[in-house]
Design a protein around this ligand. Structure first.
Ligand code: CMC
Length: 383
């Protein structure tokens, strides 16, 4: 028996998160995503994923100190970023620098629990620093070192833009990181677990995950959403007509649909609410700042909803749909969106690695052979 795309196949047990696709619900460790996004910080969610419970103040302070101690990027790594071609894709850049991080770790191949925890903190702390440094270097700017005392979300925006963001922007960044931190057996998490299942090292597993997240059917969709919004804006086409044309040409509208959700992705709802708080009423370049992208997104959502309902399909906005306009408002360049997703997903990926290594069995499914049999080899000149 074969199951296309492994749909509905349970490949592991996890205590990290659960998705109710029919109702559009997501919990991390027992807590509703909406509650976490509104009332916790990314650091608290990291603690929850790595320890199975939310931290008390002392535990949270301890984790913050550990993350802060790992936030710097070694000069060798910054030199590597400088050697990248200026045209490098940010996800290719992140994949390469995370691989390099492993080479600089003398204990890279030690998969014992304390070492797994150390690497989870190290990767979660360094990925925002390296992503921000990548962005500045490719624009001919010097990287900005992390600032002591800032949260992960605040520090990322600070290192990216060279100035501290205001409270509402930091809060939005924090919520976006929380919303992307974990999501069951998605493709990149599965890739990480398959790699760890061979007893390979954490860095290799995270490199596998980054390469998998890069695809437009997974994390790469957030970049494609922004490309779509720009395409609509530049063409001057009405968004409804653009959607009709896309659907009639058999194309997918990016930021819609999900393998598991058959209702609106709860993460999309939180992001839409946050967008209202941070997107300014007016302003922006060429009349395309302010609410422009958000209004365009709302029109696409309404029209897609009508079209999909008429077709009897349960296709709703997913997390990537509104993250495009939210990230744009936060000043994050669009081709960096998937790298931001990757740094946010690192606590989830590493928490899955804790589970995988703790109860490992090689992940090795089968393929059903559909080719010929019984052939015999002829000499090359006779073929
Ligand atoms: N636009 C238009 N039609 C769609 C879309 C879409 N975005 N997504 C699915 N459909 C249709 C699809 O054409 C198919 O129709 P039919 O039954 O007539 O052939 C039906 O819905 C079922 O699609 P499927 O390919 O069986 O669904 P899947 O579970 O294999 O794919 C998906 C899930 C996410 C790859 C797909 O919905 C998609 O390509 N969406 C656009 C890309 C996207 O936004 N990805 C981000 C996913 S959420 C973030 C993440 O976890 O990475």
């Amino acid at each position: 028996m074969s199951t296309s795309g492994l749909e509905g196949v349970v490949v592991a047990q996890t205590k990290l998160s659960a998705i109710n696709g029919a109702e559009g619900e997501l919990i991390y460790g027992g807590y509703e995503i909406d509650d976490l996004a509104r009332h916790t910080t990314f650091e608290e969610v990291c603690y929850l994923l790595w320890n199975g419970e939310l931290p008390n103040q002392a535990q949270l302070d301890g984790l913050r100190a550990q993350l802060a101690a790992e936030q710097d990027a070694a000069p060798e790594l910054i030199e590597m970023l400088r050697a990248y071609p200026r045209t490098a894709d940010p996800m290719a850049g992140l994949r390469t620098i995370v691989s390099a991080l492993g080479m600089f770790d003398p204990n890279a191949d030690d998969n014992t629990e304390p070492e797994l925890r150390r690497k989870a903190i190290l990767l979660t702390a360094k990925m925002p620093t390296l992503t921000a440094a990548f962005e500045r270097i490719r624009n001919g700017k010097e990287p900005v070192a992390p600032r002591a005392g800032l949260s992960m979300a605040a520090n990322f925006l600070y290192m990216l833009n060279g100035e501290e963001a205001d409270e509402i922007r930091v809060r939005t960044m924090d919520a976006a990181l929380i919303l992307h931190a974990e999501h069951g057996m998605n493709a990149s998490t599965f890739a990480a677990r398959v790699t760890a299942g061979t007893l390979s090292d954490v860095y290799s597993a995270i490199v596998s995950a980054i390469g998998t997240l890069k695809g437009p059917s997974h994390g790469g969709a957030n970049v494609e959403v922004m490309n779509m919004l720009r395409d609509i804006a530049q063409s001057g086409t009405e968004p409804e007509a653009w959607v009709d044309h896309a659907l009639e040409s058999g194309r997918r509208v990016m930021g819609f649909g999900h393998r598991v959700y058959k209702a609106t992705d709860p993460r999309a709802k939180v992001l839409r609410d946050l967008a209202d708080q941070i997107v300014p009423a007016e302003g922006g370049e060429g009349g395309r700042g302010g609410r422009y992208w958000l209004d365009l997104s709302d029109r696409i959502r309404s029209h897609m909803q009508a079209r999909m309902e008429a077709a009897g399909k349960k296709i709703y906005p997913n997390v990537d749909f509104f993250s495009a306009s939210v990230y744009t408002t936060l000043g994050i360049p669009e081709d960096l969106f998937t790298a931001v997703f990757a740094m946010a997903r690192t606590p989830g990926w590493t928490a899955h690695l804790f589970e995988q290594y703790a109860k490992n069995r090689l992940i090795r499914p089968e393929a059903e052979y559909t080719g010929p049999r019984g052939l015999t080899v002829k000499p090359v000149g006779e073929r």
